[in-house]
Design a protein around this ligand. Sequence first.
Ligand code: FA5
Length: 341
Amino acid sequence: MLDQLETLYKDAQQSLGSVVNANALETWENKYIGRKGEITNLLRSVGQLPADQRAAFGKRANEIKNDLTALFESRAETIRQHELAQSLEEGGIDVTLPGRSVPMGGIHPSNQTLREIYAIWADMGFQVFRTREVEDDETNFEMLNIPQHHPARDMWDTFHTTTPGVILRTHTSPGQIHSMRKFAPQPIRFVLPGMCYRYEQISTRKEIQFNQVEGIAVGTNIHLSDLKGTITAFAQRIFGADRKVRYRSSYFPFTEPSMEVDVECILCEGKGCSVCSYSGWLEIAGCGMIHPVVLRNGGYDPNVHSGFAFGMGPERITMLKHGIKDIRYFWGNDLRFLEQF
Ligand code: FA5
């Protein structure tokens, strides 16, 4: 049986030399080393040998099988390379075939609006200044004239972290403190954009995370008329030159006086519809003259300096511009929505 094995080994080596394509290689594999191949069959019949010859036979048969398997793999690789070269040569490459298109991402609708907002404020001399999303209670509230237990805290339902006093910012207004402290007593003009978080009931108009763009201008001769003039200019650039703008008196602890800014409803042109709750007006921002306490906390002397601030929601502005009825689309990651922008 050992002779038979050696003869088979020689045959297999010789016939592999003349194998030139994948089909012939498969036939060779089945004949010699496959599950029903001759070498495999011989290995299986080792039990018919006298006991003292079995070990030597088994060892040699395994050596041969391993050697033939290695030869088979190397031959397979050579044939693969050869067949590839041949198919390239024969078929050539059709350079006129259109390439595979790479799917392009789009700019998120919120980011499109943010860019538009930055560009408008940049034209009025406002630079972008970014501040942190994880804030301390002191900067988010106390420095803004909202002490512990102040009832106005109810306006900003807060996400607390496990570290006492560390929260997710509920608005971009703490950026007022950061920017003032960095530059006081120089005059400043910034927009402070970024994500804010509120622990509130999600609805068609309210999300638990949303962008805000804060604006701040501090100098020695800044008046309420400057605030109204710049915000009106902004609203008419983003919503159309003829758009009416109105200011309603309001309350924020960090501004005095405080106001809400409304624009004439874009969908019904002020006639009244379900989007504007039949009022003809849509709110776009809160604003006011910076409270003297806040100016002082920022490092400015309220007897010398004055300033205004505002805070607007880019998602709400995007909803108005495009007639989007539900704010939940913004972070829902539904491509059917995102691809429309
Ligand atoms: C504020 O957050 C004030 N910090 C704004 C401000 C800044 C006033 C500077 C005065 C001076 P308010 O809570 O109204 O105010 O939020 C401002 C804007 O953020 C809203 O008009 C709205 O557009 C947007 N906004 C507020 N809450 C949400 C929410 N849950 N989902 C989406 N947008 C929101």
